[in-house]
Every structure is written in structure tokens, then in C-alpha cells.
Design a protein around this ligand. Structure first.
Ligand SMILES: [Zn+2]
Length: 179
């Protein structure tokens, strides 16, 4: 089994590999053809970022960034979404950050969504259920307050290319036939 970046795999294999991390700082990269099952709309979907340093700001009355002291009145909301992805083997939850989340939501920005009512946000998220994609996922162990757990995030959307899809399919057939 190849562990090189960009080799096509399944979520099942990805979970087997990430299960072997054992708290190390190694990263597992997996390219998986999958679809979106759902997007979590309960809880945080975005954060307000400082226009100067881009870091997350904690909203306070004086609108001053805690990191660089800039005024964040013109701050931008950035996505930090949690989504469930599935392929033919199993499903996983992964984090999707700003630009990729915008692409997945057909160009809608976090600034737009944070002005919407929850029902409207749910409608937007429902429209992309079942959306097919080829994603490059990055998985690693994260330790928080003494507990280690695997975190997956989507790091890239890869284009569907007819030739490449055919090659991948042929490779799967050859592997299956053992030739
Ligand atoms: Zn700042």
C-alpha cells in the first residue's frame, strides 16, 4: 500500500493508517473520491478574523485584536466547518477551512452565512448534500487536555479528470485481477 501523497485510497484504508499514528506527529495524506453526507450546523461554523493578522479574535467592546492590537471592525468571517464525507467503504468527519468551504458551498462566504437565520443556513447546507468530490485529506493525532484523538481535515479539492479517472479505474481492475 503506497503512503505517498496523492495516491487514491478509501476512508477505510485511511482510518487503518491513521489508527497506527499512536500519538506521533506524523501526518497521513489520503486522496479519496467521496461525497458530502452533511454539514454540521449546530455549533461553530466560522470565526471572526482580524483584517491585519488574520487570526481569530475574541469579540470585545473595544474591537481591538488581542494578537496585533489592530482594530477589527472590518474583520472577515472565515469558515471552520465540520462535514461528514462518505465513500463506498465508510464515512468520516473532517474540518473544512475558509476557501475550501466557500468552494464547497458554491461560492457562499462565511460573511454571507453569518448574517442568515439558522433555517436558511440549513437550507444552504442541504443543497450540497450528495455533492461528489475528490478530496485530499490530512489526518493527524491531536492532543488536547491529555486526550489524543485523530483529526481529519480537507486540504485540497482535486479536479475530476476523465483520463485520470479511467486510469484509476483500470488500476483497480488490474489490482483486483492481480495482473
Ligand atoms: Zn490582529
Amino acid at each position: 500500500m503506497s503512503t505517498s501523497k496523492g495516491s487514491r485510497t478509501t476512508f477505510e484504508d485511511m482510518l487503518v493508517k491513521t489508527g497506527l499514528l499512536n500519538g506521533s506527529s506524523e501526518k497521513v495524506w489520503s486522496e479519496v473520491k467521496c461525497f458530502i453526507v452533511s454539514i454540521r450546523t449546530a455549533g461553530t461554523m466560522w470565526y471572526l478574523s482580524c483584517p491585519k493578522c488574520k487570526k481569530k479574535v475574541v469579540e470585545e467592546s473595544n474591537s481591538t485584536c488581542q494578537h496585533c492590537n489592530a482594530n477589527y471592525d472590518n474583520g472577515k468571517y472565515r469558515f471552520i466547518m465540520s462535514a461528514e464525507f462518505a465513500d463506498t467503504t465508510t464515512s468520516i468527519w473532517a474540518t473544512i477551512y475558509d476557501e475550501l468551504a466557500e468552494k464547497i458551498l458554491d461560492g457562499r462566504t462565511a460573511d454571507e452565512l453569518q448574517k442568515m437565520e439558522l433555517e436558511e443556513i440549513k437550507d444552504v447546507c442541504n443543497t450540497i448534500k450528495g455533492k461528489e468530490l475528490i478530496g485530499l485529506f490530512m489526518s493527524r493525532d491531536e492532543t488536547y487536555e491529555g486526550n489524543t484523538r485523530i483529526k481529519h481535515s480537507l486540504s485540497k479539492l482535486l479536479p475530476f479528470e476523465a483520463v485520470r479517472e479511467t486510469e484509476t479505474l483500470l488500476k483497480e481492475i488490474y489490482d483486483y485481477l492481480n495482473i
